[in-house]
Design a protein around this ligand. Structure first.
Ligand SMILES: [Fe+2]
Ligand SMILES: [Fe+2]
Length: 164
C-alpha cells in the first residue's frame, strides 16, 4: 500500500519550497525585473493555494479543540496579512526600490507564521489530531489545493485576456 503522508509533513514540505522561492526573490534586484516577476508568480502559485487549503481543510478541525483556538485564529489573521501584502506587491512595479522593502516585510511575516505553525501549532495539533485522521486530512488537503491551483490559473488567464 502506498504510504500516505500525514498533513503536517505535507505542509512542512511546502513551507520549505516557499522559503526557497522567497530566498531567491530576496536576492533579485531592480535590474532583474523579469526574474523577479517570474519568481513572484511562482511564489504566488505555491503560497496562495497553501494558505487557502490550510484554512479550508486543517484549521476548521483545529478550531474544534479549545486549546488550539487562539493559535489557529492567529494563523487566519497572519494569512490575511500575507494576502494583503501579496496584493500590494502585485500592484507595485517590480522595478521600484520600494518593492524590495515591501517584500522584506512580507517575507518576515511569512517566516514568523511558518515558525509559529511548525513549532507551536502543529506540535500541539498532533497531540489531538493524528494517525489516520491526519492522513485523511492530507488527502483532502491535496484535493483542495489542486482545486485552488486551478482556480488561481483560471483567474490569471482571465486577467491576461482582459489585458490584450
Ligand atoms: Fe502553512
Ligand atoms: Fe499557514
Amino acid at each position: 500500500m502506498m504510504r500516505v503522508q500525514d498533513i503536517y509533513s505535507k505542509l512542512m514540505e511546502e513551507h520549505k519550497e516557499v522559503e526557497k522561492i522567497m530566498k531567491e526573490i530576496d536576492s533579485t534586484t531592480e535590474r532583474g525585473v523579469k526574474t523577479r516577476e517570474n519568481l513572484f508568480m511562482e511564489l504566488r502559485e505555491h503560497i496562495v493555494p497553501h494558505m487557502k487549503s490550510e484554512e479550508k481543510v486543517l484549521y476548521p478541525v483545529l478550531l474544534e479543540h479549545k486549546e488550539l483556538k487562539e493559535l489557529t485564529f492567529e494563523g487566519f489573521e497572519e494569512h490575511d496579512v500575507a494576502i494583503g501584502l501579496l496584493r500590494q506587491l502585485d500592484l507595485t512595479p517590480k522595478s521600484s526600490e520600494k518593492w524590495h522593502a515591501k517584500f522584506s516585510v512580507f517575507m518576515e511575516n511569512v517566516l514568523h507564521h511558518v515558525d509559529e505553525e511548525e513549532n507551536q501549532l502543529f506540535p500541539k495539533a498532533r497531540k489531538v489530531v493524528d494517525g489516520d485522521v491526519s492522513k485523511k486530512l492530507s488527502e483532502s488537503y491535496e484535493k483542495e489545493e489542486e482545486r485552488q491551483k486551478n482556480s488561481l490559473i483560471r483567474r490569471f488567464e482571465r486577467k491576461v485576456r482582459a489585458a490584450v
